[in-house]
Design a protein around this ligand. Structure first.
Ligand code: GLY
Length: 532
């Protein structure tokens, strides 16, 4: 079963399964194809987290998060002492060293059955042949077209030759990207990290005021992390550890909610149920802003996922009223027990028992907007996921502290939350999302709705979502949320921001009654979930 945001990417994953590949090969095939057909969200120029449950039961977390260039400095986005977010969000200085390809390569070498070249060539063919732009790609081109053209000196390979955006239904061909993909198929990842692509990017950066260098590419390494395994009622939640904040905070929020009978609240008083979720989210995000960062550079307390700490936080929730949360809490033994360390989510599973939850990103739409001529690769703006100054909000309005300050070689904090749920030893759900900090709260709501509320998976993904990230102190809700619920939340003291659609989630589950997989691609975008 394969679930992704684009039918061509899902088809690439299914083709990998049909050729004898497993769920890992399928996830990487989807990831590489999304870089071609959904380049606004992810691709070779970005990073990813790959969470794998192997058929033999082993749990693997591959960290392909981008790293800050060696010449990055803590205050590189300050001018006259003031933060300049536009520098971390667009153009050469926004780009961190890409990690996705190195992570894909490690995943399939150690846990797949196909070769990188077998998986990458079909993606190269789509780049060459072109594909018809859907509504979401066309609207991203329309809104980012001017910036893409400006950042790339008048025009770029993603736009029409006259610099205007492609329209829905038109065919987008990417010959430069096809050439890059074919070069990698021929020469392996060295073509990217130690060959012509690193050279071209390094040279362009030196000529355009960037700091990312050929050596940053050569020095990039994916990191094997210890998956974050916690208990929630009868289930085991397997999450991604820092530099993802997703695993920690999905687990922390579930821990805060555990003393409550969520199904009972949902049935008897749905407003109270939504309020409870919002208050738990707020408490966790206050901790995120203070404690979370790259565990190789900052001391991230393991106590954040302790049950006892969660009980203390849960006790602060008033079921009838908003509680003011002034700042972070103090998890158990914060000094001693630490973690040693716009986006898209892919869920795959195979009959042998391999499961993958993989989230990948170049950060916001078209990342830094930089496409170094000749490469066709959209470079990320992941540097904006650092706290560029204490308290300065990033593109998602998130604030951070010292733990997430810029430093050379450091990985910016992420919200990506690839999650696998087990009952006993049996995997039953792979889930994750796209959409900045809402990734955490989308994944959480999918889990709670499926496990606690026992909603069908399709409803767990499609029903309207809420999101609270502590700062700003406002509750974001999808406008489709029932009017009575909105009224109820306002009466409890929430200030509501209504938005159209919030994020995009994908999930795969195993139904032990029918002994079948079920996949769901979020209906908010035209994705697809299917089996071979
Ligand atoms: N770039 C979004 C995230 O990793 O959270």
């Amino acid at each position: 079963m394969v679930a992704s945001v684009h039918p061509l990417a899902t088809e690439a994953g299914l083709a990998a399964l049909r050729r004898g590949g497993n769920a890992v090969d399928a996830a990487v095939a989807v990831g590489l194809t999304l870089g071609v057909v959904d380049g606004k969200n992810s691709g070779l120029g970005g990073g990813c987290f790959i969470l794998i449950r192997r058929a033999d039961g082993q749990l693997i977390a591959i960290d392909g998060r981008e790293t800050a260039p060696a010449n990055a400095t803590r205050d590189m986005y300050l001018r006259d002492g003031k933060p300049r977010p536009e520098l971390s969000q667009q153009g050469p200085l926004a780009v961190a060293t890409p990690g996705a390809l190195a992570a894909y390569d490690l995943a399939i070498r150690e846990h797949g059955r196909l070769t990188l070249s077998e998986i990458i060539l079909p993606a190269a063919e789509i780049a060459e042949r072109g594909f018809l732009l859907d509504r979401s790609n066309a609207s991203a081109q329309a809104s980012a077209g001017r910036i893409l053209a400006r950042v790339n000196g008048g025009t770029c390979s993603l736009l029409k030759p006259d610099g205007s955006p492609w329209q829905e239904g038109e065919r987008l061909q990417q010959p430069d990207l096809a050439k890059s993909l074919r070069g990698i198929a021929r020469e392996g990842v060295d073509h990217f990290y130690r060959g012509p692509i690193a050279e071209q990017v390094g040279q362009w950066m030196a000529e355009h005021g960037g700091i990312l260098s050929r050596d940053d590419f050569a020095n990039y390494r994916p990191v094997l992390r210890e998956p974050l395994v916690t208990k929630y009622r009868d289930w085991t939640i397997v999450g991604f550890p820092p530099p993802s904040s997703g695993g920690v905070h999905v687990a922390q929020i579930l821990n805060i909610l555990e003393p409550f009978d969520l199904q009972e609240h949902y049935r008897r008083d749905p407003g109270q149920y939504q309020h409870l979720l919002a208050e738990a989210m707020k408490l966790a995000f206050a901790d995120r802003a203070y404690w979370l960062g790259d565990p190789d550079h900052a001391r991230v307390p393991r106590g954040l996922v302790d049950k006892q700490y969660a009980r203390q936080l849960a006790a602060r929730i008033d079921l009838n009223r908003v509680t003011k949360v002034a700042g972070h809490g103090d998890p158990t033994a914060a000094d001693e027990r630490v973690f040693e360390k716009h986006t898209t989510h892919i869920a795959t599973a195979d009959a042998a028992g391999n499961w993958v939850a993989m989230t990948q990103t170049i950060n916001t739409t078209y990342g830094s907007k930089v496409i170094v001529p000749g490469t066709g690769i959209v470079l990320n703006n992941e540097m904006d996921d650092f706290a560029i100054a204490p308290g300065a909000p990033n593109a998602f309005g998130l604030v951070g502290a010292e733990a997430n300050a810029v430093a050379p070689g450091k990985r910016p904090l992420s919200s990506m939350s690839p999650t696998i749920v087990l009952r006993g030893q049996t995997p039953i759900l792979s889930v994750g999302a796209a959409g900045g900090p809402t990734i955490i709260t989308q994944s959480l709501q999918a889990i709670v709705r499926r496990l606690d509320l026992e909603l069908p998976l399709a409803d767990a993904i499609s029903q309207p979502r809420i999101h609270h990230q502590w700062s700003p102190d406002r509750l974001r809700v999808e406008s489709r949320l029932d009017d009575q619920l909105k009224k109820d939340l306002r009466l409890r003291g929430h200030v509501l921001d209504e938005v159209g659609n919030m994020g995009v989630s994908q999930a795969v589950e195993y139904d032990d009654q029918t002994r079948l997989f079920r996949g769901v691609a979020d209906p908010r975008v035209p994705g697809r979930a299917a089996g071979p």
